[in-house]
Design a protein around this ligand. Sequence first.
Ligand code: BES
Ligand code: MN
Ligand code: ZN
Length: 484
Amino acid sequence: MLVTLTATLPADTDCRVYPIARDAAVDLPLESATLIAEAAKASRFTGDTGGWFELFVSEGGRTLRVVLLGTGEGKVADLEKAGGTISARLLTSGVKHVAVIGGALSADALAALSLGARLRAWRFDTYRTKQTEAQKPSVETLAIVTAESADAAPFVHADAIVSGVSFTRELVAEPGNILYPESFVERCKSLTDLGIEVSILDEKDMAALGMGALLGVGQGSVRPSRMLALRWDGSAGAQPQPLAFVGKGVTFDTGGISLKPGAGMEDMKWDMGGAGAVAGVMKALALRKAKAHVVGVCGLVENMPDGNAQRPGDVVTTMSGQTVEVINTDAEGRLVLADTLWWTQKTFGPKTVIDLATLTGAIIAALADQYGGLFANDDTLAGQLTAAGEATGEKLWRFPMGDVYDKMIDSPIADMKNMGARYAGSITAAQFLKRYILEGVSWAHLDIAGMVWADKPGTLHDKGATGYGVRLLDRVVADLLETA
Ligand code: BES
Ligand code: MN
Ligand code: ZN
């Protein structure tokens, strides 16, 4: 779906969409204005956000499809949702050329509407070879009729977000036989064209650095592990210490020798959703030329059972020198992050580190698909993240941490074990990560296990990969690093 901005209504338009605020009068410049107004009223159309009233009328001797689209109070979230509704309703409707009549809506409002439409239109059809015509998207163009200019800042920003979110969704949606550590890295290499510095560690490099925890997780897989760092410096040297994003990139999580049950195991292709979000936000930041210095690091491994896989009870030594007793090989994400977090801090010297991980099933038990879990050693950072979540709709809820939880991962034979007791599983996982944060570094951990994949369509996504995290982190960069 190609979105264009145009000052005049394209001649090939076969569906006109009129945004209508809540309880606003319906008075369209069409021959059937009275019919439309009366029909909308009879159908209880009120202009509530996402409200939809569609009919066919005769206009200039042709049959025209007309839509009244509710935009509620006209806030950014209302317009995003309304835009999403356009795609949900029209994408496979048979309509080819949609025009949204922008009227008096601002560039901000129209950018939000087009963002919603584009995010909701994203599909992953790569492996579908037998779609019928009726299943394929019919909409080719979405013209926004307005006097605003396409290079206005809100549209440039929306473009970057759409590209970043789409990139994340693609990485998340790809199956484990296609997307594994090396192919994840391959897909990120072209980010250099945008000015991102890409660096890669292979297993030899990581062994030399002593990353026994990350390598231990990957040792049961024939797919070699990788560390991927993406650096964007749009600060012109003004920000010597970057903000660091760190992602869990388990490209498939079978659980290893502590094998997961078979039912639903296919979901574990998206156990790289944290790394996917990190790659996507880096792309968005580069595309919009963010005035910020940011590094995104992805720890990439596949967790498989095998003759060479690590065993429950194994003790591994992390790059930090701390040792871990691996009680459960399915608690692998924290092992990967232990070395990834340590290496990130030692290599890039960030003041602030934010990690994202599909880390625990327990966070889904607590929050379902409504909030990501937030854990932090810094109240200010936690507040900023919570605010960015509210602003973007990618919401977070903070959990407590503390010594009592920390003690739950003490081991009788090593410095720590990789799981706690039965309860507070998301918190003990966070306590584990905290042991790999250097003194003085401000840190937050986002457990996004409930957020990266959707079983049903939402306002801004279809079923499947959501791209959660890209908009949140983009906002964090804007709020923390780009306000003068
Ligand atoms: N990747 C899983 C967490 C997960 C579960 C994500 C379900 C999305 C949906 C993680 O590696 C894992 O297996 N965690 C274990 C930890 C436990 C063994 C301490 C869990 O949550 O059960
Ligand atoms: Mn696991
Ligand atoms: Zn996992």
